[in-house]
Each structure stands twice: as structure tokens, then as C-alpha cells.
Design a protein around this ligand. Structure first.
Ligand SMILES: Nc1ncnc2c1ncn2[C@@H]1O[C@H](COP(=O)(O)OP(=O)(O)OP(=O)(O)O)[C@@H](O)[C@H]1O
Ligand SMILES: [Mg+2]
Length: 254
């Protein structure tokens, strides 16, 4: 596959504010409006993006990591090039595809211990992988840790989601500040999600680097209730407001 300079969008914020929903909707919008290749990554150990995208992943990156750690232990180290080639091969194999979108789940590490070598290899391979796509959309873990540990170093566009709550806005601001001091993103900004109406929006103090807001959607709530993917979302107003917000703020290429 040819190498590209992808736009890598990471969606971060407090728990429950709508990261997964927004990441899935961005993926859908990109699939529908671009001919480019999109890689959607579920980087939240609590998982959810697969369901939101209607995908059943077979293997996660963590499953691969675990099986390779076992092999390395059995071989008392092993040849680094062989290990690298095997991870590369297996990670590509674990990718689930749907039209112009590929999906990869990082998974849920359950064991403690130092697997730095494999983890850094995986990080490297993921960043290599990104070059084969036009867009990468990452559904991040709730809170600040992934930013703090520089897991999001290869990201170009940091999208912070908050709901209308003070706590949600505070967490978004903490991540924004931390990100500013650690990594130079091309773009970083905040979206306030689940806003009831204009009046509620006007009553909120505007966060720094605010990109805009998204309305609370009954249709999205319905899909969540029914466990359906966001490809079933019929709320045209929500989709078009997210699409124009992303285009206006250069979070997608126009
Ligand atoms: N704009 C919206 N309108 C209505 N409901 C929404 C909206 N955005 C998100 N929700 C609902 O809010 C809940 C949390 O959303 P979501 O799972 O996307 O958040 P999250 O930040 O990924 O949560 P977690 O931190 O648990 O991963 C879900 O029930 C989802 O359907
Ligand atoms: Mg989520």
C-alpha cells in the first residue's frame, strides 16, 4: 500500500461524555464523504467503538501482545526482526474491514509486568500502519492517562469532548493544558456534547479552543438503548452539525 500523511484524530475526555459516539460518527462521516481510507482504533480498554461501528473484532492488539510475550519467554528473547515481522503480520491480520474503513481494537490488558519491548514495538507498528491510511480516528480512554503517557504522540488532531457538566469541562481543560505542554498537535479543540438547546449553550462559559457544540439527540439515545450501530442514526441535524463543525475547524479535509 502507498504511504500517506494521515490526519490522526484522537477523541478524548471524561468518562461518559460521548467520546465513542463522536468517534463513530466522525468515522461514518469520513466514510460517506471521502474516498480515502480510514483506520478506526478503539484505544479504550473499556471498549465500545466496535459496537458503535457495528463490528465484531476477532483479536485485539493486546491478545497479540500476550501471545507474543509468551513466545518470547519460551524462546528466551528471540530474534527482534522476527518478533517485529510477526507483530506486524498479526496486527494487520487482526484488522476488521468495512467498505473504506479498517478497524482495530487495542483491547484490555489484564496482566501486570513489564512488556516495554513489545509495547514499544506495537506503538511503532501502529504509527507505521497509520501511514497507509488517509485518516485515523482514535477513541481514547477516559481521562488524562493516555495523553500523560504520550501514547497519543503521533496524533495530529486532538478532539476533546465534554458534556455540559462542570466536571466534564474541567477534565477537557486539564487534558487540553497537559497536551499543550507535552505534544505539539496541529489542531486541538473542545466540543461540548449533549447540549439541550441554544439557551443551554448560551448559559455555558465557552471553553478555550472551543470548536462548537452538538445537540442531545433522541435518535442517538434510541440506538444506544437498542444496541444498534451509529450507521442507523437518522438524525440528519446531528450528522450535519458535526460534519460542518469538523470542516469549519479543519478537523477534516474539505
Ligand atoms: N449527542 C448525544 N445525544 C444523546 N445521547 C448521547 C449523545 N452523545 C452521547 N450520548 C449517549 O451518552 C452515553 C455515553 O456516550 P459514549 O459511550 O459515546 O461516551 P464515552 O465518553 O465514550 O463513554 P466512556 O467513557 O464510558 O467510554 C451513551 O448512552 C450515548 O448514547
Ligand atoms: Mg467510550
Amino acid at each position: 500500500m502507498p504511504e500517506k500523511q494521515p490526519m490522526i484524530i484522537a477523541v478524548c475526555g471524561k468518562g461518559g461524555v460521548g467520546k465513542t459516539s463522536v468517534a463513530a460518527l466522525i468515522t461514518r462521516i469520513l466514510m460517506e464523504r471521502t474516498a480515502g481510507k480510514i483506520l478506526a482504533i478503539d484505544a479504550d480498554p473499556a471498549v465500545g467503538l466496535a459496537t458503535a461501528l457495528g463490528i465484531t473484532p476477532q483479536r485485539t492488539v493486546d491478545d497479540i501482545r500476550k501471545s507474543i510475550v509468551k513466545t518470547i519467554r519460551a524462546d528466551h528473547g528471540g530474534d527482534i526482526r522476527q518478533v517485529r515481522a510477526r507483530i506486524d503480520y498479526e496486527v494487520w491480520n487482526a484488522v476488521a474491514e468495512k467498505e473504506n474503513m479498517a478497524f482495530l481494537a487495542i483491547g484490555r490488558p489484564e496482566d501486570a509486568g513489564c512488556y516495554c519491548r513489545v509495547n514499544s514495538l506495537l506503538k511503532e507498528i501502529l504509527s507505521t500502519m497509520a501511514r497507509h491510511f488517509d485518516y485515523v480516528v482514535i477513541d481514547g480512554e477516559a481521562g488524562v492517562e493516555q495523553i500523560n503517557r504520550r501514547v497519543m504522540e503521533t496524533v495530529t488532531h486532538l478532539l476533546l469532548i465534554s458534556d455540559t457538566s462542570l466536571k466534564g469541562r474541567q477534565v477537557a481543560e486539564t487534558i487540553r493544558k497537559l497536551a499543550e505542554s507535552l505534544v505539539e498537535y496541529e489542531r486541538a479543540g473542545v466540543i461540548i456534547n449533549k447540549v439541550r438547546d441554544d439557551r443551554e449553550w448560551e448559559s455555558l462559559p465557552e471553553p478555550k479552543d472551543c470548536l462548537g457544540w452538538l445537540m442531545e439527540s433522541d435518535d442517538l439515545r434510541r440506538l444506544d438503548r437498542e444496541g444498534k450501530s451509529l450507521f442507523h442514526l437518522e438524525d440528519a441535524a446531528l450528522l450535519s452539525s458535526l460534519e460542518s463543525l469538523l470542516a469549519r475547524t479543519a478537523f477534516i479535509r474539505t
